[in-house]
Ligand binder design. Structure first.
Ligand code: HEC
Length: 130
């Protein structure tokens, strides 16, 4: 009998605020899909592959500060930066530099194309915390 009352109450609750709850559930589902599908994102795959083939990982890790900042920190720092940030950071990878995260210098990657560097940046920026 107790169970019956509870299930009545739950049903009534669901009916009374069904509309807005549906929308909330939908949004939550969408966010989850984005997180799950990150590894299927072509920008993610391409950037990761290029980074794996270069020397980046000797100084950077996704979640740990090494010689350079963690990629997650970089992504969070620029999460709300505009579109030009991709080209800017790509230029920094190619030309090297210091002063944003500390006094340690990032070595230049002079032979790298702007396009490849931008692919790497796109991957890095995808790592931001939600
Ligand atoms: C010799 C070590 C080293 C290597 C190799 C290296 N980095 Fe860095 N990276 C750094 C340091 C140190 C910084 C912080 C520079 C600063 O404070 O301005 C940095 C910063 C960055 C930033 C943020 C720049 C900013 O202005 O906020 C990005 C993006 C980046 N690195 C990507 C890469 C990629 C991609 C590669 C591989 C192609 C790479 N790094 C290779 C040391 C390195």
């Amino acid at each position: 009998m107790k169970n019956l009352i509870i299930s009545f109450a739950v049903t009534a609750l669901l009916i009374s605020c069904g509309g807005s709850d549906d929308k909330k559930a939908e949004t939550a589902e969408k966010t989850e899909t984005v997180v799950e599908d990150l590894s299927k994102n072509p920008d993610y795959q391409k950037g990761l592959e290029l980074i794996g083939g270069s020397d980046c990982l000797t100084c950077h890790k996704v979640d740990e500060t090494l010689t350079g900042p963690s990629y997650r920190d970089v992504a969070n720092k620029y999460a709300s930066a505009g579109d030009t940030i991709v080209a800017h950071l790509a230029g920094k990878i190619i030309n090297g530099g210091k002063g944003v995260w500390g006094e340690v210098y990032m070595t230049p990657h002079a032979g790298m194309s702007q396009e490849d560097a931008e692919s790497m940046v796109k991957y890095i920026l995808l790592l931001k915390n939600k």
